[in-house]
Design a protein around this ligand. Sequence first.
Ligand code: GSH
Length: 219
Amino acid sequence: MTLKFYGHPFSSYTQKALIALYENDIPFEWHLLSDRNPEAGVELAALWPIQRFPVLVDDGRTVMEATSIIEHLAVFHPGPVQLIPEDPRTAVEVRMMDRIFDNYVMTPQGKCVFDAIRAPENRDAQGVAEAKAMLDTIYAWLDRKMVGHEWAVGNDFTLADCAAAPALLYADWTHRIGAQFTTLHAYRNRLLARPSYARVVDDARPFRGFFPLGAPDRD
Ligand SMILES: N[C@@H](CCC(=O)N[C@@H](CS)C(=O)NCC(=O)O)C(=O)O
């Protein structure tokens, strides 16, 4: 039974789940959400009224939330790359770091981007300032946390790195990671060089013009 994957290559949470599909070469069928493919949007709305993506459909099971998709793939389509560690203590830390990247990198980054596409009279300057302050705080924390680690938790690539890759790609485009955070920059570069994420970034390259703040000419 073919996996159906609803998403868009430029969407950060789609990218997070795509990394997991690519890491273990799991075959799937793209259901690209775009104006040119309206039936995918209709199907998404029927599957998940909240209409956030990605969404995976696997043999009658509908899985929403990028983290849950990665957890689902680990259970139902295991491969050589174990994105959820077998050791439960390590798995707890992986899940904690996954939450940290979603809540304190991806969320404030998204706040800045979504504000930029609002009409000027509806913009939330205070909310954006708070989001940027949160990004500065988490950059400093991550820079310390990553000392001595190749990946987010120890030396194996996991769910937490799937969350980190798009979060740090777009966060740096939105509110630059300070040059002093050399450990965090080095980690971001390792993520960009990881073959699964390099492929995801290449898939999304044609859509860079859509980045509301203007995509920089790098990465
Ligand atoms: N908590 C969700 C977030 C998903 C999400 O916000 N996806 C964005 C794309 S990156 C989306 O659906 N945007 C469409 C919208 O906000 O209407 C997850 O982890 O998958």
